[in-house]
Design a protein around this ligand. Structure first.
Ligand SMILES: Cc1cc2nc3c(=O)[nH]c(=O)nc-3n(C[C@H](O)[C@H](O)[C@H](O)COP(=O)(O)OP(=O)(O)OC[C@H]3O[C@@H](n4cnc5c(N)ncnc54)[C@H](O)[C@@H]3O)c2cc1C
Length: 405
């Protein structure tokens, strides 16, 4: 493996070529900025994910000009089936698609290169270069040793990984917000009939949910995960709950027949893999002099659903916009932080709504009501399309309304 040669300096160094970093790099390069995008892995590479593209991702992919390429390869679906503990379900209409991250991320990263960004891998971010308190570049490690790159600005888009946040001096919480496990299972027969995204709540999966997302070529992304997995200890330190995701997956198969069918009769492609999530725009500082933090590194994944591709792309675009407007250090940082702060109320409502994951009986109530009320189903669809916040539907007030309306 020979790493791409690195320049000694660039205008903007974007670290991490997932959706956030690549979206940021493409936008900056399109505007004529000299961008170096680096990643610790050569592309294409896998990223542990459910691969579900919900409407916010569709909108961001359109803004980036890669929508058609993504949709040509993706499995497209018209609704998500929400399955409640007693087995009742409701199909919520929405613009949905599934494409393995190995392909999706490669498309967005390639789009950044096509716009003129220089991509170099495998280079791992080790530490920032400092001039006093200001970040003026980064030290990167490749297979043959370390290399320093000077940069006017550094954008940290390293996802849910903690070491880069710590190294950059922006980590405020090491424990993740959630953890999840996924595998790819080939089952062409089931693919004839299971053509929607499925999300399943059940007391055996309490604290989270299981999912089955049909992808291209009769391959399903199957998984289970916990949201809000970090508990706050005395003293305010957050720590990981003891979680056995394998057991959770087995529990999923024991309560949901299609999951059992996939696990028992499908062909597993690759390994089951788990990964952390960082949610609700928390856990890290959003900037420091010379450095902007974006995507899941800034906690851009939704706590309720664990979805984060769309918001990673969006926040990558916001970081680019903050840089493109120019001005001094303080002005760029203030713009970036204000843009993230503008999203915070929406994230707070998704955090609130995530209590359904801890009280699965709520899913029974919502599904039961939605099956009888086209208006409630429309509201659920509006939540999926981000025209309405889930907090309104799943707050105690919303639930009381559901019960007594
Ligand atoms: C099991 C699971 C299921 C999920 N399902 C969904 C789903 O169905 N839909 C959805 O929308 N979201 C889902 N998510 C969330 C989604 O994966 C994230 O929100 C999204 O990947 C965040 O994008 P990002 O660009 O910020 O970070 P990432 O996609 O994690 O990209 C970060 C990049 O930085 C690189 N990197 C990390 N550290 C370094 C370093 N030190 N030096 C150089 N490079 C580095 C990585 O190699 C990676 O390429 C899921 C997450 C998990 C764990």
């Amino acid at each position: 493996m020979s790493p791409t040669v690195l320049p000694a300096a660039c205008e903007v160094l974007v670290i991490g070529a997932g959706p956030a970093g690549s979206a940021c790099a493409r936008t900056l390069a399109q505007a004529g900025r000299e961008v170096l995008l680096v990643d610790q892995h050569e592309f294409p590479r896998e990223k542990v994910c459910g691969d579900g593209l919900i409407p916010d991702a569709h909108a961001a992919l359109r803004a980036l000009g890669v929508y058609d390429e993504v949709m040509d390869r993706a499995f497209r679906a018209q609704h998500v089936r929400c399955v409640a503990p007693r087995g009742g379900h409701v199909d919520v209409p929405g613009t949905l698609a599934v494409l393995p991250r190995r392909e999706l991320d490669d498309i967005v990263c390639r789009a950044a290169r096509e716009a003129g960004a220089r991509f170099a891998a495998p280079w791992r971010f080790v530490a920032p270069l400092l001039d006093g308190e200001r970040v003026v570049g980064a030290r990167l490690k490749g297979p043959d040793g370390e290399h320093e790159v000077q940069a006017r600005w550094v954008v940290l888009a390293t996802g849910a990984s903690v070491p880069p946040l710590v190294a950059a001096g922006v980590c405020e919480r090491r424990a993740p917000s959630g953890v999840a496990l996924r595998g790819y299972v080939h089952h062409p027969e089931l693919a004839q009939t299971l053509r929607e995204l499925q999300i399943v709540w059940h007391p055996r999966l309490s604290g989270g949910y299981g999912w089955i997302f049909p992808g291209p070529g009769g391959v399903f992304n199957v998984g289970a995960g916990l949201t809000g997995s970090h508990a706050t200890e005395a003293g305010g330190r957050a720590s990981m709950r003891d979680v056995n995701l394998r057991q959770m997956l087995e529990a999923f198969a024991s309560v949901h027949a299609p999951a059992a069918e996939l696990l028992e009769r499908g062909e597993l492609r690759g390994d089951w893999k788990g990964a952390p999530l960082r949610c609700s725009l928390g856990g890290a500082r959003w900037s420091r002099p010379g450095l902007l933090v974006t995507g899941e590194a800034a906690g851009s994944t939704y706590a309720f659903s664990g979805e984060g591709i769309g918001k990673a792309l969006e926040t990558g675009l916001l970081a680019a916009a903050a840089l493109l407007e120019g001005g001094d250090d303080a002005a760029v940082r203030a713009r970036h932080e204000a843009a993230l702060a503008g999203l915070k109320p929406r994230f707070a409502l998704y955090e609130k709504a995530s209590h359904v994951n801890h009280r699965p009986w709520l899913a029974d109530l919502v599904v039961w009501r939605a099956r009888r009320s086209p208006r409630i189903l429309r509201r659920m669809s509006a939540v999926l399309e981000e025209r309405q916040n889930p907090g309104r539907l799943l707050s105690w007030r919303g639930i009381t309304k559901l019960m007594f309306e």
